[in-house]
Design a protein around this ligand. Structure first.
Ligand code: ADP
Ligand code: MG
Length: 269
């Protein structure tokens, strides 16, 4: 069974139909790249999957659990939505780090709050030192993650003292700190100077080899070709074409995919 199943997602803003009928699935350890012109609905799709937007219709299933069913929209409590969100990690174009906290604090803040909440809820089953033990684990994991993204020496810096590429690597580590099932990236290198994109793309490539399941919205076509198992080309709120990178990027069938890609090829090698 697929880890993530997205079925017939529809979303309108007012009278604008932004997602028309989006379905795809993702196996554990797979990397999906989503490409497409600006305005085609890529960000809205990621936001629906992360419950930052509520789809009008459709079903989202993770590991066999139905997290959202538009046909049965039982009013979810805020707490339930937050719990659903934990299946997904999100890395945004603009990093969105907490500026008032150090790199290390950015990584441990949410996991600590979560541990506290869990202990409060299930308190009866824990001993007095539970929180201390949880914090030790969270700290140790954060050190590991800093190593993974190559930023151990920036541990105690504030985001404003880091380059864009470093900030984005912190954002990736912060998303990983919550152990999401699926890590989502929305144009993670679009806000970076060209010379800084490589370090971020390399970190994402490294995650692929450690078996993370990922959805990457990107304009970096050669990166998508190298790292993705599956590629979706979106146009006007529909999946215009999907398949392996060889199928979609090397041998696109749809005229719209061909036109989109030829615009990129003009500027790359
Ligand atoms: N919150 C919103 N309210 C109204 N329209 C929106 C909103 N978010 C996105 N849209 C519209 O939805 C369309 C798709 O946007 P988006 O998902 O950001 O596309 P992409 O990420 O592919 O550039 C655009 O026409 C955009 O103007
Ligand atoms: Mg977008």
């Amino acid at each position: 069974m697929a880890l993530l199943e997205v079925q017939n997602i529809q979303k309108s803003f007012g009278r604008t139909e932004v997602l028309k009928n989006i379905s795809f699935s993702l196996e554990k350890g797979e990397v999906l790249a989503i490409i497409g012109s600006s305005g085609s609905g890529k960000t809205t799709l990621l936001r629906c999957i992360n419950f930052l937007e509520t789809p009008d219709r459709g079903v989202i299933t993770v590991g066999g659990d139905v997290l959202f069913d538009g046909a049965n929209p039982a009013k979810k409590r805020e707490k339930e939505i937050r719990k659903n969100r934990l299946h997904f990690g999100m890395v945004f174009q603009q990093f969105n780090l907490f500026p008032q906290y150090t790199v290390f604090e950015n990584l441990v803040l949410a996991p600590k709050l979560l541990a506290k909440e869990k202990i409060a809820e299930e308190g009866a089953f824990y001993g007095a030192n539970t929180y201390k033990g949880a914090v030790e684990n969270i700290n140790a994991e954060a050190e590991q993650l800093l190593k993974k993204v190559g930023l151990t020496e920036k541990r105690d810096e504030y985001p404003c003292n880091l380059s864009g590429g470093q900030q984005q690597r912190v954002a990736i580590a912060r998303a990983l700190a919550l152990n999401p099932d699926v890590l989502c990236f929305d144009e993670p290198t679009s806000a970076l100077d060209p010379e800084l994109t490589g370090e971020v793309l390399n970190v994402i490539k490294g995650l692929k080899s450690s078996d993370s399941t990922m959805i990457v919205v990107t304009h970096e076509i050669s990166f998508a070709r190298d790292v993705a198992d599956k590629v979706i080309f979106m146009a006007d709120g529909v999946i215009e074409e999907e398949g392996t990178p060889q199928q979609v990027i090397e041998n696109p069938h749809s005229a719209r995919t061909q036109a989109f890609l030829s615009r990129f090829n003009q500027y790359s090698d």
